[in-house]
Ligand binder design. Sequence first.
Ligand code: GUN
Ligand code: ZN
Length: 430
Amino acid sequence: MILYRAHLLWSNSLTELRDIEDGALLVDEAGRILASGLFEEVAAQCPRAEIQDLRPHWILPGLIDLHVHLPQYESVAMDGLELLPWLKTHIFPAEARFADASLAKAAAQRFFGDLLSLGTTMAVVYSTIHQGATDAAFIEAERCGIRAAIGKVMMDQNAPDVLSEHTETSLQQSGELIQQWHGKDAGRLLYALAPRFAPMCTPALMRGVGSLSEKTGAYIQTHLAENLDEIAWVGKLFPECANYTDVYRQHGMLNHRTLLGHGIHLDASERAMIRAAGATIVHCPSSNAFLESGVMPLRRWMEEGISVGLGTDVAGGPTLSMWNEMAMACTVSKIRSTLLKETRATVKPTEAFHLATRAAALSLGLSDRIGSLDNGMDADFVVVDPRRVDPAERNEDAADRVLSRLIYRADPRMVKATFVRGKQCFAQGS
Ligand code: GUN
Ligand code: ZN
């Protein structure tokens, strides 16, 4: 049993931030938070616990990245193209190299190591079409201790030859990976089926994905309504469907375990389908800006009751930092509301923090395990030093102001340590 003493900060809802100045987390051998609260009260519950005094650092729940591409990490920041030519020029050649599983293993080590160093404790990850590379990603996630949902990309039409699969092979290999990994290590590792996006998936593949998800409880991750040329292409390929979202709905891919990347250009009927299915839109503001895809009306989608989370979408987004993604969500909402003269449309750092923690956990159906520092949660948390992001090096300040600086002025040196299920997976300087 270990008792971590620090300033605790987490989000209960979009409007409710919890902070405990002299707080403590009591974590058991299984990595679960047995108690969280005032230091004195928690310490009294277990006088024999080893005390780790982390003051003046703060403890926050680990950040959750709901959309990121492992094999694209080394292709970040290739500026100048929109989605479809960018995929062809930079991304598909990079993904083709993952046919080599040893290259995939080395890339996975760098990728998960960097995520942990930035305070991300869970990521929902696209691999490539390669079963070996996907297996290597799981093996590395298992080793380094991060929590992850990972999936082999699936594409059986309109993909470059080297990245094309047969429908049956794609479903068969995905099924094998689900058997092998979904739920492993008491649910730390999960499977997220990854049909890339409608233009590169046949109806048979999408139907197969829907039934695999239904049968096994695996998540589905895909892209939706990101770019206008992409949307026009989907219209040509699927004329019998009412719109892009309807393609996924008609082929059984929309359920409460579906994570839809981007979702920028959606009409009211599409939003109604997503809400009815209980699917989640993963907002990727850095990527949307970088690839000039558009500006998603974040506030509007949230007010309509759609489940929303955040994703870095590396390499669409140029960094793995969820701090940066939270800042972008806020900044982009400000630019949108200024340009369009919308009132009350801006998103605050406390709200972005909620999206990156508690809301993400809710969207994954994991809110009883992660996303907050409440009793009974798994001890997935990040230790930060707020003095690193304050020119005056203040430590004690109102929690919302500290959070605002951590987000807008994020600096990798502010992350002191990252824990997943009570295990320290990253420590600065070690
Ligand atoms: N749409 C289809 N594939 C991709 C991808 O790899 N990245 C992004 N941002 N959009 C996509
Ligand atoms: Zn993506």
